[in-house]
Design a protein around this ligand. Sequence first.
Ligand code: DGJ
Length: 714
Amino acid sequence: MKLDRIVFAMAAAAGTMLPAAANVQIPVTTPSTALVLQVGDNGRLYQQYFGRKLADTSEYELAPRGAEAYITHGMEDYFEPALHINHADNNPSTELRYVSHRSEAQSDGSTLTTVTLTDPEYGSEVDLCYVTYPDVDIIKSYTVIRNGEKKPVELEKYASSMLHFDAPAYYLTQFNGDWINETTCSEAPLSFGKKTLDSKLGTRADMFVSPFFQLSLGEPAREEEGDMLVGTLGWTGNFSFTFEVDNNGKLRVISGINPYASQYTLGKGESFRTPEFIYTLSDGGRGKASRTFHDWARKYQVKKGMDDRYTLLNNWEATYFDFNEDKLIQLIGEAKELGVDMFLLDDGWFANKYPRHSDTQGLGDWDETADKLPNGIGRLTEEAKKQGVKFGLWIEPEMVNPKSELYEQHKDWVITLPNRDEYYFRNQLVLDLANPKVQDYVFGIVDGLMTKYPDIAFFKWDCNSPITNIYSNYEKENQTHLYVDYVRGLYNVLDRIAAKYPDLRMMLCSGGGGRTDYEGLKYFTEFWPSDNTDPVDRLFIQWGFSQLFPAKTQCAHVTTWNKNVSVKFRTDVAMMGKLGFDINLHDMSADDLKYCKNAIKEYNRLKPVILDGDQYRLVSPYSGQHASTMYVGKDRKKAVVFAFDVAPRSVEHLTNVKLRGLDPSAVYDVQEINRADASKGDVKSYSGDYLMTVGLPLFTTSRMSSRIYELTRK
Ligand code: DGJ
């Protein structure tokens, strides 16, 4: 402990303040925003300012001071606290006073600012930690709570972040839904009282609501204008965001692990680190916030965020469980013919005592089903190698079917109530990842497969059940630790995989988009947004996820869902994400196949713009008739515009759509590509100024039609 910290801690403990500490200002700054914390005369820490950076930093002092930065339970505040500790003597209150702060450079170029607070009565400490970046307006904030008492304490509530706002009005956009209906956007004003977005599902935590939100300040959210906070929790488990408007119209936003059934006991000297709440304050509406998140995610957070992605052919919708070696070898050949980078073998390849011929059995027994794959996965990786495509494999390693050898041998590894009938979600149960032996087992599934078949280039890691029947044989008297320890156990496994197989790419899947958070994406290159691949629904689902996640993380596959819609329309929708196919080529017409092959070539050419460029959402599918999104390369030399007519009226009055993000002084050649016959349209030239001021007639009155335009700077 540094000297000034000791001195101050002693003074604080004695109930006095060092004069030097009062009014200490702690700026947490990004390139254009500032969160300024300040120590009050009482030694407590306050949020002095949160907004656009001021040119004259001495003026932060003049701003009306906000509330205490991290409000604790049991003191004078009447609303929702960020922290609630039950002390060993049963005192449920905590008071936090400033001790010290410091800033340290991190190896990835970010800066970590840590503000240490202590409870003078109990000696427990709380670090409020903020990570900022030199080139992107993102703050990550988390808290470390240390038990400085002589006996265990109980954490009742332990938020990652608390932020305060004082605006004339607040509008909250949430993203909720269900399986095959992920990220439905809806906005509502907040008035006095509390609104909570949370999950209690444990594993498939995001099934009903995604762990992110947009909070517009003063007015309803707009796409390219307006002030808003956009935030998300990096936690692959239960989350909670509480928005509470108080009697004075002030709003607090509390983000963290959902404290529901999750009281956590901290032994003497132990500490608890919360997950990161990741946020940006945008003065350019939803669009700017999205681009900020996309830039940050690619550069700092997602696994291989700056690297290319593999296009693929997946067999799930082409075969479901009904395949054998011959069929798969044929599909590997089809992957080659199509021109994708990889073949991905989905569910149904494993288990022998209870072969996985449906979702009712076999989960947990990770040996190849002998009569389906007599020559094992090795025959398939060999064939893939021969064809020059990569090989990927589906696993669901955290789960077990009761009808499996694993369940028969290791029921003690299963999360299940000892004295009640089991309830099954998709005929399965969750393994107890709080248990280190189970962590070893789950790591061993990947490690075993990689050791035996080093040519596996990719895993699709699925997770189809929430935690049900919640009871851990391992946690014993600490049952309320399970939701938290489960996620920590999962990260332990993923850390081991990342350390041993740093180049292994993985897709995060959870019965569709049931797991989509940025801590998870540290270990995964991409995620599966939804089992719903109807292209019209996908316009909405991808629109929702695009609010925080860049195109390269969103897997988008061409399938036979909604066959009434052309292959062109389906492919055009999928080209806005990480393109894949989940379809039998021999079910396609020669023209459709030709179209897809050409589209893959065009996608490969334009990937740097779509996957790594700036995204501008031009027309929302929620507007009813049409949708349009464009991507602009970072050097503004190329752009790709996608336009969809979903349900236009035949007599609709069509107007131009203004493009965005171009260089106004440059001239661009505009050409339609990927036309139905795989041809290209005529080239027309316009200035960037014209395209952004007057726009282009992107839409038609023809239902379910789509167009892609390529823009090339002259
Ligand atoms: C759910 C996934 O979302 C699907 O893509 C597929 O992998 C199935 N599970 C397999 O059981």
